[in-house]
Design a protein around this ligand. Structure first.
Ligand code: IMP
Length: 191
């Protein structure tokens, strides 16, 4: 794939690979086998957080070795980087099915301030799952405004704005197969 073509040439030239596709794929396979071992013999419901986690979830689930695994999605928009970090999060798409009494694993792209993470824990705990855990591909622990710790973490990364592998900047770059640092002033709405 050529990054040189098209109208985004200038912005794309400021992208630096942080985690290449092979490194990401290897780690995703490791997470999948760890999760499979932990949930062996138990039905598992994955809850993917839209939009950023869709690519991660798709790769994770295909490497899981579990007989009974189902998927639902929750859309969450969070604001904070460009709008004075109010820590507000809101549901843009609710789950299709109840999670009551189920073992639930939240699948998120990135854990940053921890606001979205805490919000999700709160609203999903209230729905009385049997258990609730979370896997995040990327973790920026340096930026927390609230304590948050995922049960499974792909990579701990530096405090930089990253795109690719499902993560966007203003809806761009989600399609990139690797995780890249975006060096650019002014970052927009997250999600
Ligand atoms: P938090 O509420 O600050 O933890 O933010 C979590 C959400 O913000 C993630 O699910 C992403 O959608 C978005 N986000 C945080 N950091 C980045 C980044 O570096 N690149 C792209 N999106 C990000």
């Amino acid at each position: 794939m050529s990054l040189a073509a098209g109208p985004k040439t200038q912005a794309q030239s400021q992208l630096e690979i942080l985690l290449d596709a092979e490194v990401v794929a290897r780690r995703v396979r490791e997470l999948a086998s760890q999760i499979s071992a932990d949930y062996r013999g138990r039905p598992l419901r994955l809850v993917g957080v839209l939009k950023g986690a869709w690519m991660f979830l798709a790769d994770l689930i295909r490497h899981m070795d579990l007989e009974d695994v189902s998927v639902d999605f929750l859309g969450v928009a969070s604001y904070g980087r460009s709008t004075k970090s109010s820590g507000e999060a809101k549901i843009t798409k609710d789950l299709d099915q109840s999670i009551e009494g189920l073992d639930v694993l939240i699948v998120e792209d990135i854990l940053d301030t921890g606001e979205t993470f805490n919000y999700l824990q709160e609203i999903l705990t209230a729905r009385q799952p049997k258990s609730l855990k979370a896997v995040v591909l990327l973790d920026k622990p340096w930026r927390r405004t609230r304590p948050a710790q995922a049960d499974y973490v792909g990579f701990t990364i530096p405090d930089a704005f990253v795109v690719g592998y499902g993560l966007d900047y203003a809806e761009n770059y989600r399609q990139l197969p690797d995780v890249r640092v975006l060096r650019q002033e002014g970052k927009g709405e997250k999600g």
